[in-house]
Design a protein around this ligand. Structure first.
Ligand code: URA
Length: 305
């Protein structure tokens, strides 16, 4: 029963501070966030990150860097002060910060994202961030939508169209609801400009653990299904309200929900999977499209400063 799981794992955070549901953390004399290469002993998290209000994650470091570079002038203008960009790279993840905005890349897929979120939530907690909002901006495959369309996810589903993320702990499966903040979904949609040269839609997103067979592609190193099987599966997804496919949404939704942190997902579709599997859009066009989810999240941030 999902509502029971919800009661068990989710409690709203008090005073806007992130509250972690792990009593063991209290007995650690210091905590080293191994994959971020930041430790509570060596770094003053409150001083470094206490002012962060918006966290933006996405697959690649370069996209995160571009996002911070593009929002810096507008942030500096709005806050009437010249903001400096700070950056820190571990061997796994790269972080960029400007004023109240922190951007970090999460790599590809759930395991990489899940490790980052654990360490990011602890960072939020130790830094005493207040009411942080976290976004995932990314790319995806479309299901019956025009390439270049931006999708705001209202629910994550797994490959069997279940609205939850399955986490295995001590050999046991735990089902965590892949729920996103409905109000935030509406707010993001309201930020669409009538002259945006692309559509922005709301829909369900399917999360997979593979880019190739796991997404029904026919062009991987392996393929044990036919084109008809693929089309049937895509039609089934479409019937269930799925508009796009990527590799992180259920874990992102479930873990942020469990931590009581407001979260949104906004991705641009690189192709329509009914029409093919290969992404053959030119580099230049792809780069243009990748800016679209960034623009929407920038508008949200600038409005909520
Ligand atoms: N990301 C995915 O996971 N799938 C696609 O088809 C495109 C981007």
């Amino acid at each position: 029963d999902l509502s029971q799981i919800f009661d068990q794992y989710f409690n709203s955070n008090e005073n806007g501070l992130v509250r972690l549901r792990n009593p063991n953390l209290k007995s650690l004399d210091h905590d080293f966030l191994y994959h971020l290469e930041l430790g509570t002993n060596d770094h003053d998290f409150v001083k470094m990150f206490g002012d962060v209000k918006f966290i933006c994650t996405g697959g690649t470091a370069i996209r995160m860097k571009n996002f911070i570079n593009s929002i810096e002038p507008e942030l500096s203008k709005k806050l009437k002060t010249k903001l400096e960009i700070w950056q820190h790279s571990s061997s796994r993840y790269s972080m960029y910060k400007v004023g109240p905005v922190l951007a970090v890349n999460h790599g590809i897929g759930v395991p990489s994202l899940q490790i980052l979120l654990n360490e990011l939530f602890k960072l939020m907690y130790y830094a005493k961030m207040k009411n942080p909002v976290i976004f995932r901006i990314g790319t995806c495959g479309g299901v019956g939508i025009t390439p270049g369309t931006v999708v705001i996810t209202n629910e994550g589903v797994d490959e069997e169209i279940n609205p939850y993320f399955v986490q295995v702990v001590l050999g046991k499966k735990i089902h965590l609801p892949a729920t996103l903040d409905r109000q935030l979904v509406r707010e993001l949609k309201a930020l669409v400009n009538s002259d945006d040269p692309y559509d922005t839609i709301i829909g369900k997103t399917m999360c997979t653990s593979d880019f190739y067979e796991g997404q029904g592609r026919l062009d991987g190193a392996f393929c044990k299904h036919t084109i008809a099987d693929k089309m049937d599966y895509l039609a089934k997804l479409q019937e269930a309200g799925v508009v796009n496919i990527e590799m992180e949404c259920t874990a992102f939704a479930a873990l942020t929900y469990q931590a009581g942190i407001k979260a949104g997902i906004c991705c641009v579709a690189m192709l329509d999977r009914f029409k093919g599997d290969q992404i053959r859009t030119s580099n230049e066009v792809r780069k243009q499209w990748e800016l679209r989810p960034q623009d929407i999240i920038s508008r949200y941030i600038l409005r909520h400063l």
